[in-house]
Structure formats: structure tokens, C-alpha cells
Design a protein around this ligand. Structure first.
Ligand code: HEC
Length: 145
């Protein structure tokens, strides 16, 4: 019984220690799922701002989700998650300062959009949304394939 348990424990321990190395495909998939969620809230916001749908009251929820997801983005790029089935470019890890600037520009713009949506002025909200969308594009131009 004892040796079996020892083997089991060392196996679990070894797996736990080794796992982060092999987790990069999962990290990539997780990152892409978070970005899909961000894309969903952004497209939904655009539809509301352009008056295409009949749920204008939903805008604040989308804006809040975007602002909260913005805070998660810095965690989405662990070392090693650039190798595999990903559109993330190596520059993310090679030029962390430039990437960090793109990240904070987006976070600021997302917070601005959330604030404008909360204040309820339609013109200012549309403006803040456009500014934010430009920060999405800015990062994609430099750091996404
Ligand atoms: C700081 C950089 C950065 C910002 C800001 C950013 N993105 Fe991205 N985005 C990326 C990178 C890098 C990928 C590629 C992820 C991958 O393939 O691993 C990506 C992927 C995506 C994807 C594809 C997900 C998939 O695989 O299906 C969508 C959709 C997306 N982003 C939407 C947005 C939207 C909308 C915004 C703004 C509201 C935004 N992104 C802001 C860097 C950024």
C-alpha cells in the first residue's frame, strides 16, 4: 500500500510541477476565448450605438464588461504562450514596454467608454467608443498576426 501511495503522490507532484510548461496551449485557448468575449461586447455595443437594435439599455452592461475584461488582459500573455496555434506576435514578449503602452492605452479608453456610457450622453458615448475601438486596432496592428 505504502509504495503505491508514494508513487501516486510523487506522480501528482511531478504533474503539478511540470504542468505550467505544458499549459501553454490551454493558455492560448483561454486568451482567445477572453478576446472573443471582448469582441462580442464590442460588436454588441457598436450595434446599440448605431441604433440597430432595440435594447439600448444594455449598453452599460457591455461597457462595464469591456472595462473589466481590460483589467484581465495583462494576465493573458504568460511566458511560453506565444508558441502554438496563436495569432499573438513575438513582439509581445520581445518589446514588453511597447506592448504595455498598447495595453494601458486600451485600459484607459475602456474606462473612458464605461464612464461615458454611465453618464448617458449619446454623442460623448459614441465618441468614447470610437476612441476605444482605435486602441483595439492599434494593438492588433502591432502585435497580432
Ligand atoms: C494590447 C493588445 C490588444 C488589445 C488592446 C486588444 N487586442 Fe484583440 N487581440 C490581441 C492579440 C495579441 C490577439 C491574438 C490572440 C491569440 O491568437 O492568441 C487578439 C485577438 C483578438 C480576437 C480574436 C480571438 C479569437 O482567437 O477568436 C478578437 C475578436 C479581438 N482580439 C478583439 C479585440 C477587441 C474588440 C479589442 C478592443 C475592445 C481588442 N481585441 C483589444 C491583442 C489585443
Amino acid at each position: 500500500m505504502r509504495p503505491v501511495l508514494t508513487v501516486l503522490v510523487s506522480f501528482v507532484l511531478a504533474a503539478w510541477m511540470v504542468l505550467p510548461v505544458y499549459a501553454s496551449e490551454d493558455d492560448i485557448e483561454y486568451r482567445q476565448n477572453v478576446y472573443k468575449a471582448l469582441g462580442g461586447h464590442t460588436s454588441a455595443s457598436a450595434a446599440i450605438i448605431q441604433n440597430e437594435v432595440s435594447q439600448p439599455d444594455h449598453l452599460l452592461v457591455h461597457a462595464r464588461n469591456i472595462a473589466q475584461i481590460a483589467d484581465l488582459l495583462p494576465d493573458l500573455f504568460p511566458e511560453g504562450s506565444g508558441d502554438g496555434d496563436t495569432d499573438a506576435l513575438a513582439g509581445i514578449w520581445e518589446q514588453p514596454d511597447a506592448f504595455g503602452e498598447r495595453l494601458s492605452a486600451f485600459q484607459e479608453a475602456a474606462a473612458g467608454f464605461y464612464e461615458a456610457a454611465g453618464a448617458g450622453n449619446r454623442g460623448a458615448t459614441a465618441q468614447a467608443f470610437m476612441s476605444m475601438a482605435q486602441t483595439c486596432r492599434g494593438c492588433h496592428d502591432d502585435f497580432r498576426d
